[in-house]
Write a protein that binds this ligand. Structure first.
Ligand code: TYM
Length: 332
């Protein structure tokens, strides 16, 4: 049986990259897979969080899932910390994960920065908890943005290590699903860095909660170069900012970069930005309005999370019991 698991950290400033790289693809996939979508609050606390903001951001991510079109009847939506089996499995997997594998993780190096010795153990173990999220449900597919590729390879390695160690084919090796024309959306201010929640400049990203005016203003101010749009995608090489805007247009209009180049060949970016702005407002505006509506009535969102936690808990408990048996932890 095919089962999808994926998640987003409730760390605020949910942006277009999270939408195009992950959430939007989930909306399509929910038709063909059994889906579990998580708000990974335990991952969020690997870096300091303000407790009240963490509550608000957890509800905001939940609202964004629903506003984007995830159906909470069809899919399981819950926040990670309400199913304690994630942490228990993470410990068991940590016990079989070689340090050498974790030392290769580039995200840890980026996030820990120059102060590696002061970085928390949780930040280091982050990818093991991510493997536990996926493997706890014996998920077969994981739709994510391009930046999660390395973590997913590690999840596959950990699944394989477990199966080998215990001589059993228990965990499927999860397949990454990196889909669409914008698997790596870049900053609107600098085409060489990823659009990210933590960028100091709000002009670097289109937030999923931005209103129509903010979307239009940010696109107008986005960096580009002085050349017109090329007729083919080859003409975008070495033009990071231009390639990013064309990629965003292609993803939002559900076509290819090649097709967008054909459509706008020879046009100036000032004109293209107007078109992109209209498209972004048309696609993102309704999502922002729905998020605002849903976060205004926390009872509804909390009910969805409660229901999701119950449903996820049933699967998690069953699997963790089986895993305990495999590992040899006595169940009384
Ligand atoms: P997070 O919260 O950083 O990102 C959530 C999703 O958004 C994608 N993404 C992007 N896609 C395209 N362009 C961008 N600029 C961009 N920025 C972010 C990410 O690839 C991700 O799919 N570790 C995960 C959360 C996680 C998880 C899991 C995911 C925890 N456990 C289990 C899948 C399965 C993360 O960093 O999320």
């Amino acid at each position: 049986m095919n089962r999808i698991f994926s998640g987003v950290q409730p760390t605020g400033n949910l942006h277009l990259g999270n939408y195009l790289g992950a959430i939007r693809n989930w909306v399509t996939l929910q038709e063909d897979f059994e889906c579990i979508f998580c708000i990974v609050d335990l991952h969020a606390i690997t870096l300091p969080q303000n407790p009240e903001e963490l509550h608000a951001h957890t509800r905001e991510v939940t609202a964004a899932y629903i506003a984007a079109g995830i159906d909470p009847e069809k899919c399981i939506i819950f926040n990670q910390s309400t199913v304690p089996e994630h942490s228990e499995l993470a410990w068991m997997l940590a016990c079989i994960t070689p340090l050498g594998w974790l030392n290769r993780m580039t995200q840890f190096k980026e996030k820990a920065g120059k102060h590696r010795e002061n970085a928390g153990l949780g930040l280091y173990a982050y990818p093991v908890l991510m493997a536990a999220d996926i493997l706890l449900y014996r998920a077969t597919h994981v739709p994510v943005g391009d930046d999660q590729k390395q973590h997913l390879e590690l999840s596959r390695d950990i699944a394989g290590a477990f199966n080998r160690q215990y001589g059993i084919d228990y965990f499927p090796l999860p397949e990454p699903q990196i889909l669409g024309a914008a698997t790596r959306v870049m900053s609107l201010r600098d085409g060489a860095s990823k659009m990210s929640k933590s960028d100091g400049s709000d002009y670097s990203r289109l937030n999923l909660t931005d209103d129509d005016d903010a979307i239009a203003l940010k696109i107008r101010k986005a960096r580009t170069d002085a050349d017109p749009l090329p007729g083919t995608s080859a003409g975008l090489e070495g033009r990071d900012e231009a390639a990013n805007l064309v990629g965003i247009y292609a993803a939002l209009s559900e076509t290819s970069v090649e097709e967008v180049c054909r459509q706008f060949a020879g046009k100036m970016f000032s004109q293209f930005k107007n078109e992109l702005s209209d498209l972004a407002v048309e696609r993102m505006g309704p999502i922002a309005r729905k998020i605002r509506e849903l976060t205004a009535e926390t009872g509804h969102v909390d009910g969805i999370l409660r229901n999701g936690a119950e449903r996820a808990g049933v699967i998690a408990k069953r699997h963790l019991g089986e895993i305990r048996d495999i590992v040899g932890l006595l169940r009384t």
